[in-house]
Design a protein around this ligand. Structure first.
Ligand code: FES
Ligand SMILES: [Fe+2]
Length: 361
């Protein structure tokens, strides 16, 4: 029987530090969008848990990442996003090439045994997946492997979408409250009463770091809806979902959670990414990016954005209410739905494995 996690796992600072250490320092963590570092010389500063990192596209277009920590006395080199020919430290002016090597340490004199070639920025593993940039702080990390469910993303042709809007807000909830909220739609008919729940099922598959759910129309109206209704993300017939219209915002969507902090909602001609950066046990920065097929008219974008904003506000309200439960020292000691909360149970399994905790304990 899958049960809820102890309330203290959402509120206790000591437990939170353990998660930062065992999850965020060891997993592939989303830090931004590929468009942030598309051009040679572009950079993106982010934090993984508390750890500052910088992702850079070098002059040869190779994507690189480093600790955003100057090798002199540790100042962060850059903030936010931008472009540069080299990374210059704002504190004493040491300069690093975009491959991380130290180019200049003017004024350092002749420290005994100082070897500039050993004073480059410390590298961090980096990759991209489904338009997100992922980094891994663990020097022994295996390459990112989304597993077989990644095939289910291909029909959505994410690489052709353009970013047209980005939101960032602070939520007073533990990162897992938000992750779990995204990874089930048990709550949809109750929290999002305006959404069309009737006429759909919500199948879900879990494999490796991915939870993949989608709207299955119970009475498909055309061939593309039949693809959603009949096939699963790993099937060849799934490719037909590419043409499946979304007549209303949140019709015929696919919803992907990538452990531990990245989510992606995909519709015909539209996708939204959703990234969580914990800043404390009870506080998380949420970043949302909206990506559109260039041919989609402004009215549809505006309608989707408005509908999404309402849904996000409803989710935030319930997530912050749950956090108050955990902050008060209460636990639900609940069970998870075998129908609707398989994804949540899967994510809990990944968390317990990362923490070295027994299953379902
Ligand atoms: S801390 Fe960067 S140059 Fe001194
Ligand atoms: Fe929701």
């Amino acid at each position: 029987m899958a049960t809820t996690l102890p309330g203290s796992w959402y509120a206790d600072p000591a437990h939170h530090r353990r998660e930062l250490d065992r999850v965020f320092r060891r997993c592939w963590v989303g830090v931004g969008l590929d468009t942030d570092v598309a051009e040679p010389g572009s950079y993106l500063a982010a934090t993984v848990g508390p750890v500052p990192v910088v992702v850079v596209r070098d002059a040869e277009r190779t994507l690189r990442a480093f600790l955003n920590v100057c090798r002199h006395r540790g100042a962060p080199l850059v903030e936010g996003t931008g472009t540069a020919r080299a990374l210059a430290c704002p504190y004493h002016g040491w300069v690093y090439r975009l491959d991380g090597s130290l180019a200049r340490a003017a004024g350092v004199g002749n420290p005994e045994e100082f070897d500039p070639s050993c004073s480059g920025l410390l590298p961090v593993a980096v990759t991209t997946f489904a338009r997100s940039v992922l980094v891994n702080l663990d020097p022994a990390a295996a390459p990112f492997d989304p597993g077989p469910l990644a095939a289910g993303l291909a029909p959505y042709r994410l690489e052709h979408l353009e970013v047209d809007r980005r939101d960032r807000y602070v939520c007073r909830a533990n990162w897992k409250v938000l992750l779990e909220n995204y990874s089930e739609n048990y709550h949809t008919p109750f929290v999002h009463t305006q959404l069309p729940a009737a006429g759909y099922e919500y199948p879900m598959e879990c494999d490796g770091p991915v939870v993949f759910a989608w709207d299955r129309p119970l009475a498909p109206r055309d061939r593309s809806e039949e693809a959603l209704a009949r096939f699963r993300p790993r099937d060849a017939g799934w490719a037909g979902v590419a043409d499946c219209p979304a007549p209303e915002p949140f019709n015929n969507g696919a919803y992907v959670t990538v452990w531990p902090n990245t989510m992606l909602s995909m519709f015909h001609g539209f996708a939204a990414t959703f990234r969580l950066t914990p800043t404390a046990a009870d506080t998380t920065i949420v970043e949302r990016d909206y990506l559109w097929d260039p041919g989609v008219p402004e009215e549809r974008r505006a309608a989707q954005y408005e509908a999404t904003r309402d849904v996000v506000a409803q989710d935030l309200r319930i997530c912050e209410a749950l956090q108050r439960t955990y902050d008060a020292g209460c636990s639900a000691h609940g069970v998870l739905s075998t129908l609707h909360e398989r994804g949540v149970a899967h994510l809990h399994g990944l968390l317990r494995a990362a923490l070295g905790e027994p299953d379902g304990g």
